[in-house]
Structures are given as structure tokens and as C-alpha cells.
Design a protein around this ligand. Structure first.
Ligand SMILES: *[C@@H]1O[C@H](CO)[C@@H](O)[C@H](O)[C@H]1NC(C)=O
Length: 400
């Protein structure tokens, strides 16, 4: 009887392991206990109106710094798409992306948020914060829809979180980094100079956008899927007034929600970390169901090794547009770049991509080392990979 239980348990463990493994190709996930960090509601969020879509307070997770990192602050803006119309925003109210009532009370801090030097050599002992994303417009909206009971208070959440953290010691920071992934990566670009302005001139302040390079491109049907989507977000949530004025003076607000139109005006040193074949953009911007009604892209968009020559050529075109969009930006000495030719999305939060034995690298230089070298001015970092399929170090996402 006992033997049956042991065999049964073994089967469960093996099945779990295989399923987890299936999302990656050839990657071993490091198995140490990650740090768990409690959820904190933003002080006076209600009175400042710094609330999620459903009116509940904005929130973050903070793990205090220590030793040489006690006066260093790393803020990471959480990602998680956007909502562009009333029904999709109303839906979010019943999820962690639109209500602090539904947020995890504790989350794991891994990758750039890890507290272990062997997982996160440069930032492990900093004050590290993940600001939760529950507004649906990259922390940039301002408005209220009474009929639907929707609060669009992204900008207020950002500002109230900053005030709260300032009162918890960030006012005496000697160095700070505003980071974020996906919609949070876009938010770190949108808020970078605003963040910089919170600190005195002699504080070292920089920004990191991971998987935030959402491009204004033509989809596989010749349409503009992401532009139409962003137009909905910007209009519904009153984003225009919070976008950088240097951009909105020159072009329409929707264009100014695209990083390619913002990068050349950012004054603060910024690092762009992105895969050239961002899987989110392939699935949600280039080859959506609407743009590909016959499902010609179906196999390719879920498994890059099933893409045919024509599809690969299309994706190389996408990579070229990404490199073009960063040309001026990368000419500036203060900025950094790591664009690897992989099929993934968000590489700074996951331990296996951020820092480990077989993490992705370009010319033997991994992501954590690249970001650290740039942040601490140890070296100029402009790492642009050769095009697919030359990189054998990728941790590609192959969702089922
Ligand atoms: C992806 O496609 C390749 C080639 O057809 C195949 O060998 C592999 O098993 C696929 N991966 C997944 C996770 O489906």
C-alpha cells in the first residue's frame, strides 16, 4: 500500500515538472526558496483617489534594504496588459488587475527583486518594491465613469505610491531605479523623467524598461491592431493629459503612448531590455485572430519553430523596426540596450532569464550583468543580438 502511494506521489511530481518544463525549451529552473513579501495598501490612497478600477486602494510589496543597499531604491511597476473599453475594464474589477481585494497577500520576489546575491548580484540588498498594477492604463489614466462604476486613477496611484515611499525613507535615497515589465515597462518609460524629478540632482536615478517596446506596426493583415487598441485605452482612461508634453505638442495622444515616439525625449538614463521577437506582440499585435482569421499564423505564433520562411521574414521585419525605433536612443552614451533574438516576454522578473548558470546572453554577457554594468557605469552596454536563429542561449516561451 505504501509503495503505491510513493509511486503515485512520484508520478504527480514528474507530471508537474514536465508540465512546467514544457513552457521552456532546454531550461532548468533554479529551485531555491523565493522570498515572500506582504502586500501593503498605499497610505491615504482613498483620500487621494489613488484607487484601482473598482475603487479599492492601490498597493505595493516592499522588502527593506540593508547594509550597503539601505539607501538604494528599486521600484518595479507591475505589468498586465490594458483595458480599452467599459466591458473589459468592468471585467478587470473582479480580478487582481482591477482590485486590491483580489491581489495576492504575498508574492515571490525573484530575478531583479531577489534578496539573494547569487540570484541578483547588484540589487539584492536594495529596498525593492513591486507596485501593483490595477488601473489598466500603465499608471497614466485620470477619469471616472459613473455609470460603469469605473475609476481611472493610474496616475494618482503612481503619485501616491511615490509619496508613500518617500515617507518610508526614499526621500534620502542616494540611488534609485524605476523598472517595470510589459505594461509596467511602458509605464517606466512614461514616468521616467517624472520619477527623476522627485530626487535632488545629486541622486543617481535611472530607468529600466523590460519588454516595454510596444511598436506601432502593421499587423499581418495590413491593419493597425495595437494602435486601435491603444486609442481605446488612451481615450477611455483620459491618458492624454499625463503623457509627456514634449510628445503631445507634436503629435496625437495615441502616438505618444508608443515608446518609439518618447525615447528620444527622455532626459534620464534609460535601459531597454527586450526580445526582438516579443511573443506578446506576435500574439496580440501582429497575428491576432482578427488579423489572421484563417489561422495561417496559429502554429507559428504559439511555437516559433513551426514558422515558415515567409513568417520568419515577417518577424525579421518586425525586429528591424524595433532596431530602427531605438537608433537615436542608442546613440546616447547614458542609455543602455539589450535586445536579444529570442521568443520571450519579460526577462528581468524570472530568475532563469535574469541571472543563472545558463541564462540568455549576448557574447557571453547576461542580462543582470548588462543592467548592472550600465546602472553603475562600469561599462557602456549596447547589446544587439544577431538575427534569429543565431542565439543558442534563449529561454523561449512556448505556451501551449
Ligand atoms: C514546437 O515545434 C517543434 C517542431 O515542430 C516540436 O518539435 C516541439 O515539440 C514543439 N514544442 C511544443 C511545446 O509544442
Amino acid at each position: 500500500m505504501k509503495a503505491v502511494w510513493v509511486v503515485g506521489l512520484l508520478v504527480v511530481v514528474v507530471v508537474r515538472w514536465v508540465r512546467g518544463y514544457d513552457y521552456l525549451d532546454g531550461v532548468n529552473v533554479i529551485a531555491t526558496q523565493p522570498l515572500l513579501v506582504d502586500l501593503t495598501l498605499i497610505q491615504s490612497a482613498k483620500e487621494k483617489g489613488a484607487v484601482c478600477l473598482d475603487g479599492t486602494p492601490g498597493a505595493y510589496h516592499l522588502h527593506a534594504g540593508s547594509g550597503s543597499g539601505a539607501n538604494s531604491w528599486l521600484l518595479e511597476l507591475e505589468g498586465g496588459g490594458w483595458c480599452k473599453d467599459t466591458s473589459s475594464c468592468v471585467y478587470r474589477k473582479t480580478t487582481r488587475r482591477g482590485s486590491s481585494n483580489y491581489m495576492e497577500k504575498q508574492i515571490q520576489f525573484t530575478g531583479i527583486l531577489s534578496n539573494k546575491p547569487e540570484e541578483n548580484p547588484d540589487f539584492y540588498n536594495w529596498n525593492r518594491i513591486r507596485i501593483r498594477y490595477c488601473d489598466g492604463a500603465s499608471f497614466a489614466g485620470e477619469g471616472y465613469n459613473e455609470a460603469a462604476g469605473l475609476y481611472f486613477r493610474g496616475q494618482r496611484i503612481f503619485s501616491a505610491a511615490m509619496e508613500d515611499l518617500m515617507s518610508k525613507g526614499m526621500h534620502s535615497a542616494n540611488q534609485a531605479l524605476l523598472a517595470g515589465c510589459s505594461a509596467g515597462g511602458l509605464a517606466s518609460i512614461l514616468h521616467c523623467d517624472e520619477f527623476r524629478a522627485l530626487f535632488p540632482g545629486n541622486t543617481k536615478v535611472k530607468c529600466l524598461a523590460d519588454a516595454g517596446l510596444f511598436l506601432d506596426v502593421t499587423d499581418v493583415a495590413g491593419g493597425h491592431t495595437l494602435r486601435s487598441f491603444y486609442e481605446g485605452v488612451v481615450t477611455l482612461q483620459g491618458v492624454a493629459k499625463n503623457l509627456p508634453g514634449t510628445c503631445t505638442a507634436k503629435m496625437d495622444a495615441t502616438s505618444c503612448f508608443f515608446p518609439q515616439n518618447l525615447l528620444s525625449n527622455i532626459q534620464t538614463p534609460t535601459f531597454l531590455l527586450n526580445t526582438a521577437y516579443d511573443v506578446w506582440q506576435i500574439q496580440q499585435s501582429l497575428a491576432t485572430k482578427n488579423a489572421d482569421p484563417k489561422g495561417y499564423w496559429q502554429a507559428c505564433k504559439f511555437n516559433y519553430s513551426k514558422c515558415n520562411d515567409h513568417q520568419i521574414r515577417f518577424l525579421q521585419g518586425f525586429r528591424n523596426q524595433m532596431l530602427d525605433a531605438t537608433k537615436g536612443f542608442s546613440n546616447s552614451k547614458q542609455n543602455g540596450l539589450f535586445i536579444n533574438s529570442c521568443f520571450a516576454h519579460c526577462q528581468s522578473e524570472r530568475q532563469d532569464t535574469w541571472y543563472g548558470d545558463n541564462s540568455p546572453n549576448i557574447q557571453n554577457k547576461g542580462i543582470a550583468k548588462s543592467v548592472g554594468d550600465w546602472y553603475f557605469d562600469r561599462a557602456e552596454v549596447k547589446e544587439i543580438d544577431c538575427p534569429y536563429p543565431c542565439d543558442k542561449t534563449c529561454h523561449n516561451l512556448v505556451p501551449r
